[in-house]
Design a protein around this ligand. Structure first.
Ligand code: C5P
Length: 275
């Protein structure tokens, strides 16, 4: 029997500017989003009923309840059709690198292939979560609106990345609630043209993640994580999404692997390249 396999890459917000808040409470963002060859895998096979098995090193952090984003994505695509889904979970949950959103996006791709159905419109996809639309295509994108307005960002230099999570999860709504100023400057428009990795990180250092300060208030250990990453000699260090996963950027010279190995053992860490 055919098994469809789709990779669900980690999403990293290299910048995340919060520019306003809508009347319904959602925040308007301006974020440079990239993906890495570090992630989860979705496997899908035909079946009478819809089911989800959890596997992988982080599989025990989730339950296969009906509100699991993978099952919600399956139902969004085709109501009550059956499929046997397996999620190989490698990314830490609730950690700012879009694991759940990437899994939902990969499920939509896998099941549209298995069932021969068209991918739903972005308006429907965003109901699964604000980060799901950006995860539908794993290329560098500028994400605005609440996450539903996307523009590809060509010309990003090729770089390696290390992801580190100090073993804590952060509630995204709580981080937004702790953000005192909701009207911060957006990124420049258009984005500059970068001449290479050095030029790119010089520019990144003039940008921000507005959720960093409120996330550190909720999880002070993140300061240690950022400090440990800075000490590796990384070109740039930051926090993705609402945390608590932090990232570090490296040239493509093998130093990312050494940096990942140097992180304290209890922390989750991974290294790879930006897609
Ligand atoms: O859409 P998602 O489930 O990923 O969002 C989780 C929570 O993060 C939302 O319920 C909301 O509190 C907050 N959020 C926000 N503005 C966004 C995205 C998320 O306020 N653009």
């Amino acid at each position: 029997m055919t098994t469809v396999e789709v990779f669900a890459p980690a999403k990293i917000n290299l910048t995340l500017h919060v520019t306003d808040q809508r009347a319904d409470g959602y925040h308007l963002l301006d974020s440079l989003v990239v993906f890495a060859d570090i992630g989860d895998t979705i496997l899908a096979k035909a079946s009478e009923t819809l089911s989800l098995a959890l596997d992988g090193p982080q599989g025990d952090q989730l339950t296969a309840e009906p509100d699991n984003l993978v099952l919600r994505a399956a139902r969004l695509l085709a109501g009550n059709r059956g499929a046997a889904l397996t999620l190989v979970k490698r990314l830490p949950v609730a950690s700012g690198i879009g694991g759940g959103s990437a899994d939902a996006a990969a499920t939509l791709h896998a099941l549209s292939q298995l069932w021969g159905l068209a991918i739903p419109e972005s308006d429907a996809i965003v109901t699964l979560g604000a980060d799901v639309p950006v995860c539908m295509e794993s290329v560098p994108q500028r994400m605005t609106g609440i996450g539903d307005t996307l523009a590809p960002v060509p010309g990003l230099p090729r770089m390696d990345i290390v992801l580190v999570n100090p073993g804590v999860s952060v509630s995204t709504p709580s981080v937004f609630q702790n953000l005192s100023n909701k009207r911060n400057a957006p990124m420049p428009d258009p984005l500059p043209h970068w001449r290479g990795p050095v030029d790119f990180v010089d520019w990144l250092q003039t940008q921000r993640n507005d959720l960093l300060a409120p996330a550190i208030t909720l999880q002070p250990v993140m300061q240690d994580t950022l400090q440990a990453l800075r000490q590796t000699g990384a070109m740039h260090v930051g926090m993705s999404g609402s945390g608590a996963t932090c990232f570090a950027l490296f040239p493509k010279d093998g130093s990312a692997q050494l940096a990942a190995q140097s992180m304290p053992a209890p922390w989750w860490r991974a290294h790879g390249q930006i897609l």
